[in-house]
Design a protein. Structure first.
Length: 152
């Protein structure tokens, strides 16, 4: 009985981990990394998903605006059996399109305009945070495992 409840909620089930090289650059337009699947119980993964999200913040205090964009995603329907106490490593390559703002376009016109673009971003309080999110659908489990990795 307890085993069925654990399977239903994903307790002792599949755990995910994302690995990305330390020398990774967002300007490359491509992320190459590894997704690790591990489980304490034998499970079957039916689908995998990896997304690159940008959280764009601008403004200050009560005028702050936050938008979230999906820059790229990778989804695959597959059947992977993860044995108990074993790890499965899956390499991935995620291509994405960089989202450019009007300030970025202004800064790219000339090297002389770059300091003015940085000043405009600073005065507007604009910043971006990038997150790599991995998730899996596991057969017989209602709560899907998910992992988030903040990128610099």
């Amino acid at each position: 009985m307890i085993g069925k409840v654990k399977d239903f909620f994903g307790i002792e089930g599949v755990r995910l981990e994302l690995f990305v090289p330390a020398d990774f650059k967002l300007s490359s337009g491509k992320i190459e990394g590894t997704l690790k699947l591990a489980s304490l119980r034998a499970q079957t993964v039916t689908a995998l998903s990896i997304e690159l999200r940008e959280r764009y913040t601008r403004g200050r205090k009560e005028n702050k605006l936050i938008d979230t964009y999906v820059l790229g995603y990778l989804r695959e329907s597959t059947e992977i059996k993860v044995a108990a106490n074993e790890e499965v490593f899956l390499p991935f390559e995620l291509c994405f399109a960089e989202r450019r703002t009007a300030i970025d376009d202004f800064s790219k016109r000339s090297p002389l305009l770059k300091p003015f673009g940085k000043l405009a971003k600073f005065s507007a309080g604009a910043s971006s945070k990038f997150t790599l999110v991995g998730s899996a659908l596991v057969k017989g489990v209602k709560l899907s495992p998910e992992v988030k990795l903040e990128l610099a």
